[in-house]
Design a protein around this ligand. Structure first.
Ligand code: FAD
Ligand code: UDP
Length: 377
């Protein structure tokens, strides 16, 4: 008899399995329909011996000390600040748009103060920012919006930015300085030996049994358990009773080249050319030394594994109906697919830790927490 059946061995499932087993001494069955742990953050060595990410580039960044400290129990880190160039008008320039981007693109020599005036002269006056078009056009005007955001977004989502919530392009905010890092979070680092090694360490506990290649539908009647934590798609759990929640998928094409370096930064984005959105060269992310180099090209797709919830009002409304069912259910729903949120890894870890606290206090006659994540790992 298991205390917890956890469906899905990604970040959400692994954090909860680890916490329940090691802190609460619960017996956990962690299962995944894939043949590996780690969910979309899974990495492995390809045929050439280069560490690659099976489901596209995963760069860890967070402002949460709690999340960083928690994961640091299971891995050492390699400092890494991700940089991205966008291929626009025949040049490769920094994205997020910054001072270097504008000076390079237009052959100018502006200062940061000049650039503020430049953006102000281009920006459109939008009273209420609602969509992914509004955010960018209000900050930098229509021309830069069309060069950097319109084409990329249409490719990635098969939607015009005006049909997506503001939060999507707001992930890539404009700067007036020369900071050319993709993220500005306090903690930016990659697990020194990779994500999979970190997950293996998290799950290395006698109370945790792992079952791979198993859809939970196959075993729920065969195995006895007291509680379920579900980290797969929430609409699937409820048999699509309100219809399918839309997700965006990707096809990943990997390539290994017989040369040490291919491009100038970890990722190069192609907003306006080609069917793929971006190319990532893994050795930048991992710091691995190797005579060869491996790349991944991302081709957006309508069908396939559900990688991205699609943030727009009608989808939020549909999710709300599933959320109401989830709220009434005894099952806990955690993670990017189960809560239909465009979450980064650190946000999923924070959500899983918060769920653990909730479970702890529900299980205890004397509530043990005040609802906040503390630092006592
Ligand atoms: P998942 O990792 O999706 O895990 C859910 C698991 O549930 C899966 O393994 C699935 O097989 C399993 N499952 C589903 N249904 C069933 C079922 N019926 N039975 C059994 N098992 C089931 N985040 C960052 O912070 N930085 C990045 O750079 C970054 N890059 C990304 C790039 C791409 C291309 C994508 C798609 C995502 C990226 N993310 C990034 C987001 C990151 O992948 C997620 O935040 C995180 O992995 C979500 O963890 P999860 O546990 O919620 O879900
Ligand atoms: N985006 C864009 N141009 C870019 C980079 C991003 O238009 O060069 C938009 C696009 O809509 C994308 C979103 O901003 O889906 C978020 O970008 P991010 O790099 O965070 O996407 P992820 O890594 O989650 O795929």
């Amino acid at each position: 008899m298991f205390d917890y059946l956890i469906v899905g061995a990604g970040f959400a499932g692994c954090v909860l399995a680890e916490r329940l087993a090691s802190v609460e001494n619960k017996k956990v069955l962690l299962l995944d329909k894939r043949n590996h742990i780690g969910g979309n953050a899974y990495d492995y060595f390809d045929e050439a011996g280069i560490l690659i990410h099976k489901y596209g580039p995963h760069i860890f960044h967070t402002n949460s000390k709690e999340v960083f400290n928690y994961l640091s129990k299971f891995t050492e880190w390699r400092n890494y600040q991700h940089k991205v160039l966008a291929s626009v008008d025949g040049q490769e320039v920094p994205i997020p748009i910054n001072l270097t981007t504008i000076n390079t693109l237009y052959g100018l020599n502006l200062s940061s103060a000049d650039l503020e005036d430049f953006f102000a002269s281009k920006a459109e006056n939008i009273a209420q920012v609602k969509t992914s078009e509004d955010v960018v056009v209000k900050a930098v005007g229509r021309e830069l919006y069309e060069k950097f955001f319109k084409g990329y977004t249409r490719k990635q989502w098969d939607l015009d930015p005006s049909e997506l919530d503001a939060s999507v392009t707001a992930r890539v905010p404009t700067r007036t300085n020369k900071d050319d890092r993709y993220f500005t979070d306090t903690y930016q680092a990659m697990p020194l030996y990779g994500y999979t090694k970190m997950f293996e360490k998290m799950l290395n506990h006698p109370n945790i049994k792992i079952m791979l290649n198993t859809d939970y539908h196959e075993i729920t009647n065969e195995i006895s358990y007291q509680n379920m934590i579900f980290t797969g798609p929430v609409d699937e759990y409820f048999d699509y009773c309100y219809g399918k929640l839309p997700y965006r998928s990707l096809e990943f094409k990997f390539e290994t080249l017989d040369q040490q370096r291919f491009q100038q930064t970890g990722t190069v984005n192609y907003p306006n050319d080609y069917a793929f959105t971006r190319i990532t060269e893994f050795k930048y992310l991992t710091g691995q030394q190797h005579q060869k180099t491996s790349l991944v090209y991302e081709y957006p797709q309508a069908e396939g594994d559900p990688y991205y919830p699609i943030p727009r009002p009608e989808n939020a409304a549909l999710y709300k109906k599933y959320q109401a069912l989830a709220d009434q259910s005894k099952t806990y729903f955690v993670g990017r697919l189960a809560t239909y949120k465009y979450y980064n890894m650190d946000q999923v870890v924070a959500q899983a830790l918060a769920t653990f606290k909730k479970i702890q206090s529900a299980n205890s006659t004397q509530p043990v927490n005040n609802g906040t994540i503390n630092n006592s790992y």
